[in-house]
Design a binder for this molecule. Structure first.
Ligand code: T4K
Length: 403
């Protein structure tokens, strides 16, 4: 770490030395026990079984299903393909209601299958799909609702399920952020027709690339298993349409090893979250998006909103922090409805989702995970306090540098 900053000119954005020697990342992978990982990879190599329903993948499915308390956990190559397969296996068509404030994969999965997204606004307090708005979007061609547990914070499953039941449509949940989280003391993975997890490298536990579908529906699970393997039912016997959604053995090795470190990772994430929470108390204009600590949480995202009390705009702060080697992210700006191809589609031109747009304009996600510790967070808060105190001078110099 470098010496303390005394005036605005010491900021890296104006030519000073960056605060951190190496970049701090939001999605820095948490690496589990390397010896265990290498031993598992060795076993796979010795067996000459690298993919296609291998024993490590089967072990992962069994252990994850047990942990989630769900009948079926079907491992996949990633969450995007898992969503596509699940949507297809459920027979969804025409129109599905989905929040615009999510990673673009949530919406692309629908569009890829020729299904129209009915973009729904969020609840500002939770950043999750707003059931009141969902109800208003239902039309005769609506076949499903896709909720997202954004940041690992469960969406309002109870209300969404009631709406789905009332209209006899499917509820499917994108739980990419929510492995290890609970809703009303029950693990996420048991709700709706199915829930989909991501184990991408940037997730708090990972399988390099990977995902899974969790469901209690035997029939649906059977369809998904077939579809993720080109519809093969045994050798030479294709019985349904399918794709390649398989999880490889090396991914399963990483997934299992990562899973075994989960408690330690969550402990670190939680400690980081509490340290951030205390720090943000003294920075007017940066508000931490809180987790419900009475539920199980993975604490993998440190999400904040920047408001007018902070002297810099969100994007100005992002620029200053990036130069200091703090790679904060403005997930999921500007909202899927404002990204291509959706922004140019006639049905979405002029679409206004005020809550989504407000949150997307203000959101800033900070680094956490096992690569971040108390010392780093303390240094980060010294920097944020410095920026907050010297905001007027910094803003003026930023504006001058644009002219
Ligand atoms: N639904 C939701 C709600 C999702 O959030 C996602 C994925 C999906 C569905 C689809 O899941 P998958 O099909 O991917 O399983 C990242 C991830 O790529 C993406 O998986 C994730 N959501 C999204 C929220 O975050 P980016 O564009 O931020 O990735 P990237 O490469 O900029 O990485 C983020 C940071 O992490 C960088 O600062 C660098 C660091 N990093 C990244 C990787 C991959 C590392 O330090 N090491 C690494 O190996 O999307």
């Amino acid at each position: 770490m470098t010496k303390r900053k005394k005036n605005a000119g010491d900021l890296a954005v104006f030519g000073g030395t960056p605060c951190f020697e190496s970049m701090l990342h939001v999605g820095r992978p948490n690496i589990g026990n390397r010896q265990t990982l290498f031993a598992r990879i060795d076993e796979a190599l010795d067996r000459n079984r690298l993919t296609n329903n291998g024993p490590l993948m089967q072990e992962l499915e069994k252990r994850f299903a047990g942990y989630l308390g769900v009948k079926h956990c079907i491992a996949t190559c990633n969450a995007t393909v898992a969503l596509q397969i699940t949507i297809r296996a459920l027979g969804l068509q025409e129109k599905v209601i989905v929040p615009s404030f999510s990673f673009i994969a949530t919406v692309h999965a629908l569009e890829w299958l020729g299904i129209k997204a009915a973009f729904c606004d969020i609840d500002r307090k939770t950043h999750n799909i707003d059931p009141v708005q969902v109800e208003r979007l239902i039309t005769p061609d609506t076949t499903g609702i896709m909720g997202v547990h954004l940041w690992g914070r469960p969406c309002d499953i109870y209300e969404l399920q009631k709406i789905a039941d009332r209209h006899k449509i499917a509820l499917i949940l994108d739980a990419s952020h929510a492995f290890g989280c609970s809703y009303n003391r029950k693990m996420i993975g048991r709700f709706g027709r199915a829930e989909v997890f991501s184990f991408h490298a940037t997730k708090f536990i990972n399988s390099f690339e990977g995902g899974a579908v969790a469901t209690n529906d035997d029939d649906l699970a059977g369809k998904i298993r077939l579809m993720k393997d080109h519809g093969f039912s045994g050798m030479d016997n294709v019985v349904s349409v399918g794709t390649n959604g398989r999880m490889s053995e090396i991914s399963a090795a990483m997934g299992l090893t990562s899973f075994e470190s989960m408690d330690r990772i969550v402990q670190i994430n939680k400690a980081n979250y509490r340290k951030y929470a205390a720090g943000f108390e003294s920075i007017p204009g940066i508000t931490l998006h809180k987790y419900d600590e009475t539920e199980k949480c993975n604490y993998q995202y440190i999400t904040t909103l920047i408001d007018d009390r902070f002297p810099l705009e969100r994007d100005e702060l992002l620029k200053v922090l990036h130069e200091e080697r703090v790679k904060v992210r403005r997930y999921f700006y500007p909202g899927c409805h404002r990204m291509e191809p959706y922004a140019s589609m006639p049905e979405y031109i002029g679409l206004s989702l005020p809550e989504t747009e407000l949150v997307a304009e203000r959101v800033l996600v900070f680094p956490t995970g096992t690569a971040i510790d108390d010392t780093v967070i303390e240094r980060l808060f010294e920097l944020l306090e410095f920026i907050s105190r010297n905001g007027t001078a910094i803003k003026k110099r930023l504006l001058d540098s644009v002219d």
